[in-house]
Design a protein around this ligand. Structure first.
Ligand code: SER
Length: 320
């Protein structure tokens, strides 16, 4: 059985991925690596939880030894908007943290490392419609710079050391368990929470802004399917485009309105507009489909129905 360490297990993706992996591999075999953010009771109650900061090598290695970790999933990252406010912090966490993860994995001969990437690897000169797998990678954000470097580093460890390192270029991820923090695509999550709480939302990108997005169940499915894919079938490793849906902020609002007619939206673009404008409208994920059978389940309306139901339930319980 694998012994998996999820770094960033209190984050938007990490928190749900940890629970899903515990279902699959057993609670004791999935160690939640947390830092400053307090993990939920679901995380602390279903398996081991340790403080892990990839920048603190000594503490990180102690956890690896204690649990005989053979798989690391590195979900810790500074996202795009925070990264523009604190570029050096983004570099430190996203690059120095990552190289420590890769080096520790190499030293301890780990079975697998997952290093997530993002649509932020693309930039204003990348073709934005159905963005190809192989294309121009000239991002305009520090987050994007670190993600391009992260893909290259991961691929380097595959080639140079024969390690099993994998990763996907996540689109904006929408979920209701743990809020995202400091990202540009956060509006697509906030809209549901504000709709339920206040019946209105002031959106920080304009109505026409179109981005690739994915609902959390598809995010978990893509991550686990890539982890479980036969390594010998992979021609790519750390840079898979994965698509699910693509919609404008206006279309997202229309989907919410369909199920909540009284919902109102206004638009007040801020600095994040330029970041959103530099990212693709949609991505071509045929490499993921061919190499490991990727296929998403959710479209916009299916996600909206699910999100509104889940967020409403939490609101009724007084949790938000
Ligand atoms: N969700 C991320 C962000 O907005 C993109 O990967 O920064």
């Amino acid at each position: 059985m694998r012994k998996i360490l999820v770094i960033g297990a209190a984050g938007q993706i990490g928190s749900e991925l940890t629970l899903k992996l515990r279902d699959l591999y057993g609670g004791d075999n999935v160690i939640a690596g947390i830092r400053k953010t307090k993990p939920s009771e679901k995380i602390t109650g279903t398996g081991p939880c340790e403080v892990v900061n990839a920048l603190d090598l000594e503490g990180f290695v102690a956890v690896v030894k204690k649990y005989k970790i053979d798989t690391i999933i590195n979900m810790a990252a500074i996202l795009s908007a925070t990264g523009e406010n604190k570029p050096m912090l983004a570099w430190d966490v996203n690059i120095n943290g990552l190289i420590n993860v890769l080096e520790v994995a190499r030293e301890f001969k780990m079975k697998q490392v997952l290093v997530p990437s993002s649509i932020a690897v693309f930039g204003p000169t990348t073709p934005s419609d159905n963005t190809p797998q192989e294309t121009i990678l000239k991002p305009g954000t520090m987050y994007g710079v670190t993600k391009v470097a992260g893909e290259l580093l991961g691929d380097y460890y595959v080639k140079r050391y024969g390690m099993d390192v994998r990763g996907l270029r996540y689109p904006g991820i929408i979920s209701h368990e743990t809020p995202p923090g400091g990202g540009t695509t956060d509006y697509a999550v906030a809209i549901y929470f504000e709709a339920v709480k206040n019946r209105r939302y002031k959106c920080f990108v304009n109505e026409e802004t179109r981005l690739p997005m994915m609902y959390m169940p598809d995010c978990l499915k893509s991550t686990i399917e890539l982890m479980q894919a036969d390594f010998s079938r992979l021609r790519h490793h750390c840079d898979f485009n994965v698509g699910a849906m693509s919609f404008s902020a206006g279309e997202l609002a229309a989907s919410v309105k369909k199920y909540m007619p009284e919902f109102e939206i206004s638009y007040e673009p801020d600095d994040r507009q330029a970041i959103a404008d530099s990212w693709p409208d949609s991505v071509d994920d045929s490499a993921a489909r061919e190499e490991w059978g990727w296929k998403p389940d959710y479209d916009l309306d299916a996600m909206t129905r699910d999100m509104l139901k889940a967020v409403n339930a939490r609101h009724e319980k007084g949790l938000i």
